[in-house]
Design a protein around this ligand. Sequence first.
Ligand code: ATP
Ligand code: MG
Length: 363
Amino acid sequence: MILKELELAQYRNFERVQVHFDAPIVLFVGPNAQGKTNMLESIYVLAMAKSHRTSKDKELIKWEEPFARLSCRADRRTGPVHLDIQLTSKGKKAKINQLEQRRLSDYIGAINAVMFAPEDLSIVKGSPVIRRRFLDMEIGQVSKSYLYHILQYQKLIQQRNLAMKELQMGKPFGDMLDIYNAQMAHLAAKVLNKRFGFMDKLERWGQEIHAQITQGRETLTLSYESTLPVTPDMSESEAEEAAYRHLTSIKDREIARGTSLAGPHRDDIHFFINGTSVHQYGSQGQQRTTALSLKLAEIELIHQEVGEYPLLLLDDVLSELDADRQSHLLHNIKDRVQTFVTTTGVEGLYHQTLQQAAIYRVK
Ligand code: ATP
Ligand code: MG
């Protein structure tokens, strides 16, 4: 897909911007604090209906203003789409071709984008919360049913945690907990099924790309650590049953702790290079390469799922890669993936990158 036009009003530090794009590589160039990341972020927000760096939509609205508006025009294989998001302190409205989407899950996926920013290193180095968010955002982008189920699941966990607190304080609860457990097992089985499938594809693509980048010296493997006794070989109904049985068995422990101890909201994923944990033992370079391989794998995955390549958003990362890795990256995405890059200067960029690029000065 190709982004043709972007229009922002009262968004972050921009009063009003209107830009047209036609090059396969778009460079946003300018000194610090001019709004380069804000530009990339706006494209991401148009794709995902939320920012990659904050969950507070209010931060996206220009200070002192009542609302922000983002819109874009993109060409997809199926035809042109016009997207529009309006943010106020009360909430957001999202439209596809002028039609307001009642649920955000109906909106997300109207265009696809993969962002690679310095903070993505935390997918490898950071806490499990970041990796779960990575899973949820990326799977949600290609699967509306996943998005629906994970939202239901998160709501249920909140209610269940409140129930656990009450039980902990000795309030009678009847068989409510059993009902929660049944609902939770049902949703957990659906969520896990999609996560296992995603991990499998992510590993396949990630491994291939990682091997290319490291010229065959490193083998990347992934694993999913489930807090429920559910495995990828189980059918959804077997998974549901196993989850339900487990939840029943840990009931006393959960009540004592006053919280939900097992389920997709507590799971984690792990990355290994030649069998060794990247999180624990990986060098900076290995961690960065792992994160890059995962992001490039996502591009292929989205292509496979939606039949079209997503937009690629690279925030401050291209100039950090040496000429070899830049050329590898560009070789990988050549002519297929429209790429938006932020950088403070073009000096560090490989000449072939520049040849295909249109430069936009941001100030
Ligand atoms: P760097 O090269 O340092 O990464 P950048 O060009 O990517 O810089 P941005 O992160 O896009 O810079 O931020 C530009 C400016 O936008 C910041 O100085 C920030 O204070 C400002 N800004 C962020 N949010 C808002 C907002 N809601 N309203 C007004 N200004 C904002
Ligand atoms: Mg920036």
